[in-house]
Design a protein around this ligand. Structure first.
Ligand SMILES: Cc1cc2nc3c(=O)[nH]c(=O)nc-3n(C[C@H](O)[C@H](O)[C@H](O)COP(=O)(O)O)c2cc1C
Length: 361
């Protein structure tokens, strides 16, 4: 018998599993569609895509599946003031890395963004069933506009206070992001350090406080983890790192190798790559910047400053300059196709629930 939850009912899934959105190339149309075809929910991380690219990616997914899928953006964040001197110092610090890779000198970074409103309009033109976002909250009117297009809306919370703020704007679902999670912290209403709450503590406190369904994410890699999330009061789990390890994921082979050789104590939160705290596998760039935090510009300037370096490093297979986003469950990553991963997650989930029930005999 399949496992039925509020999530599987809302989105007509056969398994309460979401492939977490992963902006930056990880979540290819092939990965998203494979997860959706297997009965989970694939998601497009559209934060770095232009409106035209959003429409293109969504049609590429639609060409591969008739099943529901999700789409995700970064909520607009207030831009920090940065002085010319600070920018100059940040460029000066990064120049040797550019030279080491034989790249052209770094250009002054820009905070120009693609424009949330245009991205959102493109997302609304797609037939994604779930619209999710991170880094902030949206106005009640914006949430209503998305819902009026027949989409469910999910906001990301790393504390109970954030979950309450999101629920007050009318979102349908809370994505509870524990401190184990790979990639950027969604924190928007606290100091990020105090919002490093693990899934075990975060999910039940949100589930008991807000009256809407909660999805757990962070360090969940197998069916046992999903069963634990359900026991904590979630209606499903969103997995990022687990799906990044699949052959369909669009990250370089060097990145995947780093995932397969990393252990749970080898990830760390860093601002080095983008200016926003994010969890990745420790490498030279993270170690170097740890001792010079004043050389890191705020998001999105640091992201813009390091982008050509990361692209160059990726094509040269130099993982010491790559943002190797990964969660703390990294040791449990499996190199299997996404459809097989969803099937295994489902059978492991059922086995874990049965094993717990058997404890009563
Ligand atoms: C490579 C990567 C990129 C990510 N990009 C996004 C994103 O664009 N939007 C978002 O809401 N979350 C993003 N996340 C966070 C995930 O949604 C999720 O919280 C996280 O992957 C869960 O932890 P796990 O990796 O341990 O499964 C990203 C995570 C990773 C690993």
């Amino acid at each position: 018998m399949p496992v039925r939850t509020a999530l599987t009912d809302m989105l007509h899934l056969s398994c309460p599993v979401i492939q977490a959105p992963m902006a930056g190339g990880g979540d290819t149309a092939e990965l998203v569609a494979a997860v959706s075809n297997a009965g989970g929910l694939g998601s497009i991380g559209a934060a770095y895509l232009t409106p035209a690219q959003i429409l293109e990616r969504a049609s590429a997914v639609r060409a591969l599946t008739t099943r529901p899928f999700g789409i995700n953006l970064f909520a607009p964040t207030p831009s920090a003031r940065t002085g010319a001197q600070q920018i100059e110092a940040a460029i000066e610090y990064i120049v040797p890395y550019y030279r080491e890779l034989g790249l052209a000198e770094p250009q002054p970074p820009t905070s120009a963004s693609i424009g949330f409103d245009d991205q959102l309009s493109a997302c609304l033109e797609t037939d994604a069933a779930l619209f999710s976002f991170t880094f902030g909250s949206l106005s009640h009117d914006t949430v209503e506009r998305i819902r009026s297009q027949g989409k469910l809306v999910a906001g990301t919370a790393t504390t109970v206070r954030e979950a309450e703020a999101l629920a007050a704007t009318g979102v349908d679902v809370i994505m509870a992001q524990g401190s184990e999670a790979g990639g950027h912290r969604g924190t928007f209403a606290s100091e990020f350090e105090s919002a490093m709450v693990g899934v075990m503590a975060l999910v039940p406190q949100i589930a008991e406080t807000v009256p809407i369904p909660v999805i757990a994410s962070g360090g969940i890699m197998n069916g046992r983890g999903i069963a634990a999330a359900l026991a904590l009061g979630a209606c499903g789990a969103a997995l990022g790192t687990a799906f990044l390890a699949c052959p369909e994921a669009g990250v370089s082979e060097a990145y995947k190798k780093a995932i397969f050789s990393a252990t749970e104590d080898e990830t760390r939160i860093t601002r080095a790559f983008s200016g926003r705290p994010a969890r990745g596998i420790v490498n030279r760039m993270i170690r170097d910047y740890a001792s010079v935090p004043e050389k890191i510009l705020p998001f999105p300037l640091q992201n813009s400053l390091t982008r050509p370096l990361r692209n160059g490093a990726s094509s040269q297979g130099r993982t010491e300059f790559l943002s190797l986003w990964s969660g703390q469950g990294v040791r449990m990553a499996r190199r299997i196709p996404a459809a097989e991963l969803v099937a295994r997650l489902e059978s492991e989930l059922i086995a874990a629930i049965d094993a717990l029930s058997a404890l009563r005999h």
